[in-house]
Design a binder for this molecule. Sequence first.
Ligand code: AGP
Length: 613
Amino acid sequence: MCGIVGYIGKEQAAPIILDGLAKLEYRGYDSAGMAIAGEDHQINYKKAVGRLKVLEELTHGGETMPGTAGIGHTRWATHGAPSDVNSHPHFNKEKTIAVVHNGIIENYIYLRDYLMKKGYEFISQTDTEVLAHMLDYYYKGNPLEAITKVMHRVEGSYALGVLFADQPDQLFAVRKDSPLIVGQNEDGCFIASDVPAILKYTRKVYFVENQEVVRLREDHMHFYTIDEEEIHKEPTLIDWDANAAEKCGYEHFMLKEMYEQPKAIKETLMPQNNPRIRGDEITIEELDMTDDELRAIKKLHIVACGSAYHAGVTGKYVIEGLARVSVEVDLASEFRYRNPILEEGSMVIVISQSGETADTLAALRESKARGFKVLGIVNVVGSSIAREADKVMYTWAGPEIAVATTKAYSAQLIALYLLAMKLARVNNTVTKEEYQKLLCDIKLLPDQVELLLNNKNHIQKFANRYIGAKDVFFIGRGIDYAISLEGSLKLKEISYIHSEAYAAGELKHGTISLIEDKTLVAAVSTQEALYQKTISNMLELKARGAFVLAVTNEDNKAIEKEADYVIYIPKTNAYFTNSLAIIPLQLFSYYVSLGKGCDVDKPRNLAKSVTVE
Ligand code: AGP
């Protein structure tokens, strides 16, 4: 959950590092720092608590730190509060070794005690400082040897940039579990936690694998294993357009990405080089499974975190409803430790936008260790989950920068709908007519999402009434409960307003005691068979003073008698309503956050990719 950038080449390093860190601030932004190889084997460094702009001002955009080799870091605190001393880079006592780190050193307390007994002194509360002193402990003039010795002692996750003062002509990158790439152009070589940091300089990147070490020099790189064996790696050519990682005139990345949802849905339905709807059939070539193999799937375990988990909850309703295949949905952080029961005929599906979420990656590894196939539904091409899953079904939403996911979540829903329809087809659980209708309805979703996005003004007005809200509840039944989970998280994570999502039928079993006069309750009601039930729940809430916002189908006019405010969504297949109902809920959260003056794209305490436990 931190961002790392390094550069060594013909150009001045500091401005390149600052520019790269700015592209990674979404990964963590409570402090930042930089170390540059200076003259006469000195390392110059600056680090400070606060956003990256503090470091930029401190170094006049890098001008006060001349040099052509350096490393930088933007932090999301894990061990030790955000402070100057806890900011990265961290150093050995003589300041001849600098380290920036993304991840968690799980045995740092043991290693710190070990080093303190050897006379080492610690000045920060971080786990990372242990690495700097361990490197010092093993360094006898051979950086690779020192690094690999430390790798054998350290437990946990790490993506590192390392600079040795007496080796100013080289940088080192080291990876275990936390994402790390390196890249090269005609002027130099780069280290980064993620592609956006260096896309401006090069599209030719190498994904560093677990327990690999990279030695970067001005004009070439060498790759090694933890046993110091040199290896060859093939580069990946990144085909994103540079604009994709920019705001393109929108006030926030989140707003831009909300408006990219129609495109994300279209691209996920029909990837340019591999359309998933061909005539009357759905083709998911990435599954690489015959119809018989698909029919043999008796149970699906969907495992994810946060919004990806919420997409999985929707997936359960849709897959069970259409294909009659049993689906169990788990939070990855729970799945990996609850000794799950995986039976023959089961397949695991992990869902992840970043493809780097530690808990989800661990759940994938746990499943594979037990001999079960894992399908990854992933947005970031070449990410750890994409590379370690047995099969990958990409959500072609493009780079998502805002911490609060929108377009990737919508694309995840599409991937799950396609999977459900494919399974329903091979299991013959839907008639030919129903199948045709599903195909027709799913193709209409991009335009219907566009319609809702363009009709945002009344939602913006309504949102402005709730900038001061203290508690907001989201309720729904069946598939509407799944979207309530996501609507509630969106509001919480970007506006800092407490919110809860509840199965509408469950509210009266305790939580209804929290309803006070004018408490806002968003009731999602898109399932015709449950309309009346949800209205009953709405009346229970209104009887206790709640203000009820209804999100419902455009033909459900009867609800106007019961709800205090109604937002209509276009009519679509009952299984696809989440793709539409989420749009007004996203917009509502966005405008409440905006009205409160929150940092919509980089909310407090959060990071885009949770690469630690
Ligand atoms: C969603 O808005 C949040 N940013 C968060 O819940 C996120 O969905 C979760 O951390 C999972 O991330 P992933 O999809 O990259 O694995």
